[in-house]
Design a protein. Sequence first.
Length: 201
Amino acid sequence: MIDRTQNWKYTGRGKEAAAMNDEIKKLAEDLGFDPKVGELPARLVPCDATLRRFCVQNACGQYKRCWQCPPAVGAAETLIAQLHNYKDALVFTNEYPCTDYKDAEQVEKMHVAHERRSQLLWMSMQKLGYSKKNARLLTVGGCHLCPECACITGEPCRHPDIACPSLSAYCVNCTELGKLTGQNFAGDHGGCVFIAIVLLK
């Protein structure tokens, strides 16, 4: 497990960057994210391009129908390389009450709620001066900002400053990620845990 308390030492971004990370963590906590945050160098985020096959299976219905999902968001290898080019990765979680994991409607509501919380964090970060030039936020599932994504009709994204890419598109191996950060993605209270990853240069 990585020593998260020594973040500035292993990333090489300096103590000032560590303070910036703390600022983002405070924003996230204010928005209701779990205060226990995983921290690691972005180059160590475990990714596996073969996981893209789950997107292709289209269980979520977003494949070829969302700008933030495959294939529109980019090739697996390209996205993994982009992710590993960042310096720091902050891993945020939320556990949502769930009575039936097989209830598609209930799970969809949790997805949308977590997406919205992630989008609010990204918007808050932008107010502090962050942008796609120096940061990125990845979240679960596809984007549900619009009733129907402009991707379907070949139009540009209607909310490029709010929409967040799917971390599944980046082929993040969440099981291995949890082992590195010491976070329990299975949940502590019998609920369903969703993840968001902030990437920083």
